[in-house]
Design a protein around this ligand. Structure first.
Ligand code: KIV
Length: 294
C-alpha cells in the first residue's frame, strides 16, 4: 500500500506550509480545505504534548477518548467520564495557540438525550476551552448533531469503526466490505453532513468506500486506517511516535521509536546515579561531592 506517510519516512519533505502560519485554525478554515491541502489531526491528552504538536504545525488536536487505552491502560474507551475529559481538554487548550482543539464526547455523555448532549458539549467548550466536539454515530446521531450545531457548537462526526460500540460489535474490524455496509456508510456520511457536522472521521473504512464518501461529501473526511483518499488523516500520537506498549495497528507506520529512546535515557540516568560512590567510600577516599551533581 502506498502511503502519505512514505514521504515523511524516506525523504526530506518540504516543511508544511502551516508551520510559519500562526493564524489560528478555525472551523471555516477546515471546511475550506476540502479537496485542497490535506488536513492533519493528532491526539493529545496533556499540556506538553499539545504544545509540541501545536508548535510543529498540526492543524487539529483531538483529545480522544482513546485516553482510556493509551494513558489509563484500559481495554476500551467505555470508562472515560466527563470529568476525565474536562481535565485533559483544559490541559490541551492551555498548550495550544494555533490548532483547532476538538474534544471527544465520552460514552454515555450524549446518547441519553439531546439535552444531555447539549449540556455536556457546552461544558467542554465553556469550562475546558474546546473549539469543537466529536461524537460517534451516523443517522442515529443526526438530531443531536443538528441541535448542537444550531446553538453554535461545531461537531466532528465519526463513522466506520466506532470504538464506543465495542460491546455490540464484539471486536474491532474493517468496515465497508459488503455492498450493504458500503451503502450504510455512505448514508451515514450524508446524514451527518446534512445534520451540520463540519467534518467526519472515517475509521477503518475500506479504501474504495472512503474515496467514494470523500467524493460524495462537501465536508472534509479525516481518515484513520481508511487509505489515502480522505481530505485529512488522524492518528493516535503515541502510535505514531512509537510510545505505544501494546499492539499498534498496521496502517500506522510509526515515524520514531520514543519508547526505546525513553528506556535508553532512563538506563543512562540509572548508570550515572549508580556510578557515584557511596558516601562512606567518598569519605574514605577523601572525594568531595560534586557541586553540580544531579
Ligand atoms: O479517541 C480517539 O483517539 C479517536 C481517534 C483515533 C479518531 O477517536
Amino acid at each position: 500500500m502506498s502511503s502519505y506517510l512514505d514521504l515523511t519516512i524516506e525523504g526530506a519533505p518540504p516543511a508544511p506550509s502551516c508551520i510559519n502560519d500562526s493564524k489560528p485554525v478555525t472551523v471555516p478554515f477546515v471546511r475550506a480545505q476540502k479537496g485542497k491541502e490535506k488536513l492533519t489531526m493528532l491526539t493529545a491528552y496533556d499540556y506538553p504534548t499539545a504544545r509540541l504538536l501545536d508548535e510543529s504545525g498540526i492543524d487539529m488536536l483531538l483529545i480522544g477518548d482513546s485516553v482510556a487505552t493509551v494513558l489509563y491502560g484500559e481495554d476500551n474507551t467505555l470508562a472515560v467520564t466527563m470529568e476525565d475529559m474536562l481535565r485533559h481538554v483544559k490541559a490541551v487548550s492551555r498548550g495550544t495557540r494555533r490548532a483547532l482543539v476538538i474534544a471527544d464526547m465520552p460514552f454515555m455523555s450524549y446518547q441519553v438525550s439531546i439535552e444531555q448532549a447539549l449540556t455536556n458539549a457546552g461544558r467542554l467548550l465553556k469550562e475546558a476551552g474546546a473549539h469543537a466536539i466529536k461524537l460517534e454515530g451516523g443517522e442515529e446521531m443526526a438530531d443531536t448533531i443538528r441541535a448542537l450545531t444550531r446553538i453554535g457548537i461545531p461537531v466532528v462526526a465519526h463513522i466506520g469503526l466506532t470504538p464506543q460500540s465495542i460491546r455490540a460489535e464484539g471486536a474491532y474490524r474493517m468496515y465497508g466490505k459488503s455492498p450493504e455496509e458500503q451503502q450504510m456508510l455512505l448514508d451515514a456520511a450524508r446524514a451527518v453532513e446534512r445534520a451540520g457536522a463540519f467534518c467526519v472521521v472515517l475509521e477503518c473504512v475500506k479504501e474504495g468506500v472512503a474515496r467514494e464518501i470523500t467524493r460524495a461529501l462537501e465536508i472534509p473526511t479525516i481518515g484513520i486506517g481508511s487509505g489515502t483518499s480522505c481530505d485529512g488523516q488522524v492518528l493516535v500520537t503515541q502510535d505514531l511516535v512509537g510510545l505505544t506498549l501494546g499492539k499498534v495497528p498496521k496502517f500506522v507506520m510509526p515515524v520514531a521509536s520514543l519508547k526505546d529512546d525513553l528506556r535508553q535515557a532512563v538506563q543512562t540516568y540509572i548508570s550515572r546515579t549508580k556510578s557515584i560512590p557511596a558516601q562512606a567510600t567518598m569519605e574514605k577516599m577523601e572525594i568531595k561531592p560534586h557541586a553540580s551533581s544531579h
